[in-house]
Ligand binder design. Structure first.
Ligand code: DAK
Length: 261
């Protein structure tokens, strides 16, 4: 792949968008390669993913404006579908995906970070949906996921005004969970990912599913979804071991890693 790299560190996978000359802007090739990279992740080996951008300036500066500038209506729709299909894949990916936002997260960049489970940002990060300044709407789910993440009032102000915000404001409005110095970004996110990866994998996956699916339906249906996913954890080796270990109360014993079964 030319524009996407994938590496595995322990039980954490790192997907990097690597097109720094264009500030990691998303063209069709990047979208295709990201799709391929996510398809290739072995979720029995890896328990948490990190998505980041190459370089020190930009996470993703948006969809590729050069490529979009000449699209017909039909091509624009196809490009939107390619992005939306990928972003839905990331959002519903069976294991958690953390966005390590290392600079500009504009347009499609803000949107791809919103498809991740949560965002940790470097101090130099800037978030925004500048599309209306280009004569288009956000097309990779921005009108939907930003509103769900920060509330409709704040999302509307950002989107209608094409207003970019710095990392401190992103933290204040709940768009990101934590802001750290750029050099601390990957160590911090890798530590968070490793902390997730050491927990019972089936339980973590079911939590993601319960939260994602439950947020789309009313509370009665949502708790039913939770019940099923809770029940699904029982009779797994990890549930048996996790509970036996607690009940054993043997302070000498070291907890073994969960087995993913
Ligand atoms: N696309 C293509 N190239 C980009 C780019 C982008 N989004 N952002 C930056 N680049 C390129 C620049 O053209 C420049 O290339 P060269 O001139 O060196 O060849 C290089 O990256 C470095 O950028 P700058 O020289 O501009 O760097 P600065 O530090 O001066 O400025 C900046 C950084 C991020 C403020 C600036 O580059 C900028 O404003 N970039 C555009 C940000 C933006 O507007 N992003 C939103 C894009 S719109 C849809 C599907 C998708 C979407 C909408 C609809 N449907 C099909 C319905 C999504 C839309 C978007 O994401």
């Amino acid at each position: 792949m030319e524009f996407v790299t994938y590496e595995v560190k322990g039980q954490v996978g790192i997907v990097t968008i690597n097109r720094p000359k264009a500030l990691n802007a998303l063209n069709s090739q990047v979208l295709d390669e990201l799709n391929e990279a996510f398809d290739a992740v072995d979720i029995n080996e890896v328990r948490c993913l990190i998505l980041t951008g190459a370089g020190e300036k930009s996470f993703v500066a948006g969809a590729d404006i050069g490529e979009m500038s000449t699209l017909s209506k039909a091509e624009g729709e196809a490009f939107g579908k390619k992005g939306n299909d990928l972003f839905l894949k990331i959002e519903s990916f069976p294991i958690p995906v953390i966005a390590a936002v290392n600079g500009f997260a504009l347009g499609g960049g803000c949107e791809i970070s919103l498809a991740c489970d949560f965002r940790i940002a470097s101090e130099n990060s800037i978030f925004g949906q500048p599309e209306v300044g280009l004569g288009i709407t956000p097309g990779f789910g921005g009108t939907q996921r930003l509103a769900r993440a920060v509330g409709t009032g704040m999302a509307k102000q950002m989107i209608y005004g094409a207003r970019n915000i710095k990392s401190d404001e992103a933290l204040r409005i709940g768009l990101v969970n934590q802001v750290v110095a750029l050099e601390e970004l990957m160590p911090t996110v890798e530590k968070i990912a490793a902390g997730i990866a050491k927990n019972a994998p089936i339980a973590v996956r079911n939590c993601k599913k319960a939260i994602n699916e439950g947020m789309q339906v009313d509370i009665e249906k949502a708790v039913e979804i939770e019940e099923k996913l809770f029940g699904d954890c029982f009779e797994t080796a990890d549930q048996r071991y996790g509970m036996e270990f607690f009940l054993d109360k043997n302070k000498e014993k070291v907890k073994e890693p969960f087995k993913n079964c």
